[in-house]
Design a protein around this ligand. Sequence first.
Ligand code: 5AD
Ligand code: SF4
Length: 473
Amino acid sequence: MGIVLDKDMDEARQGEAISMDSSKGGKKLYLESYGCAMNFSDSEVVASIMTNQGFSTTQDSEEADVVLINTCSIRENAEQRIRNRLTQFNKAKRQRPGMVIGILGCMAERLKKNLLEEEKLVDLVAGPDSYRDLPGLISEVEGGQKAVNVLLSRDETYADINPVRLDKNGVTGFVSITRGCDNMCSFCVVPFTRGRERSRDPHTIVQECAALFNAGYREVTLLGQNVDSYRWNMTSKGDIKDETKPTTNFAELLVMVAGVHPELRIRFSTSHPKDMTDDVLYAIANHKNICNYIHLPVQSGNSDILKKMNRGYTREWYMNRIDAIKRIIPDCGISTDIISGFCGETIEEHQDTLSIMREVEYDSAYMYKYSERPKTLAERKYEDNIPEDEKQRRLEEIIELQHGHSLKIHKAQIGQIQEVLVEKESRRSSEQLMGRTDKNHKVIFDRKDAKIGDYVMVKITDCNKASLRGEIV
Ligand code: 5AD
Ligand code: SF4
């Protein structure tokens, strides 16, 4: 979901190339990432595997021996963007024929041999569960063959791989807790590209979070397609679970991670409305360092559409979950994902989406036009019959409504003093810093003596729909 995995990464990080200080000597890797947070997290695993093989990294694709693109298939335009990029890399390859071009991630899985054979755009294709095999695949290509591994696994979690951290701020990091998805929402390609759901050993998760804290990190985001279905017991290996053994569920995992250090903030993404339990909400309410923020994708406000989407809940069920959040965590930020113009959506059904938005008043939302994906249940069963311009019109109504809600919620904070974790310099000026509140609102403020990674108290003085302004007090 939304991380599809949930929320897509900031637009600013799409196509980001990795670079590490240790980048010296050896063969050079250029690695670019697209899509959701899970993909960016996977790229950190890939970087770790490759540097262990003696690769160094470069930010200049033209000097690379190996170019890898970690790709996204969630909507058609995501794939188009990557094809354009592959065409550019192929131009560079004409100058340097020894260069290896590979695609990783969801498109690799979805298109398998097409990109190799029919379109001849790449030398190597590696799906999300085959990154350990990358050094071998690269050797095959260097030996003159094309190389493919798109096998999906039932138990690969990369639990033992220590990811190389690629986000330069050194304050916030992603930690994956599950891979794959078993939900089969009818619009979604993820179950096909990322395979069956599996949970990662909680002790390796806690260890990774503790290591991040010791390295100066102050916030972790636990990642999974559906974090609420996290489940581990002593015999967990993929989906083989012995229910007679004590298990760890998501609420318990949250409490374990909260115990790492009171100054380590914990976020997670994505929650699924059908599976989110009150236990998770109580874990948030009872632990100051588990942030009061939940990303709860609704997709549509109409129960018939939700049924066609195979989401496993009705509007009433969803609102019951929202009421539970508001009751158990009185001051909680809530965001969502919404799709406009799903197959057969009537104007009345679209109005239901607008009305549920009014009822909830989300802090923020990721909003998309429905994009039909090959092989999905919706593609096989329903007609993608809402014209593009009508999908766009509905989307614009949704966006406009959301902007009004975001602005209203931001305005209500003016005058308040909030604790902010400083993440980085603001994009506009090195004299200003950017951080987030517990509820995940972005705040921009003058630097004064604060440093990146500090917790500071900020008085909110102004806002727009995207962020808050304030001053350190
Ligand atoms: N078309 C449009 N949006 C989609 N999403 C997933 N699949 C599609 C699709 N085929 C959206 C959902 C999900 C988010 C990550 O992406 O809202 O929660
Ligand atoms: Fe999320 Fe549903 Fe896709 Fe799974 S199938 S990743 S729950 S949208």
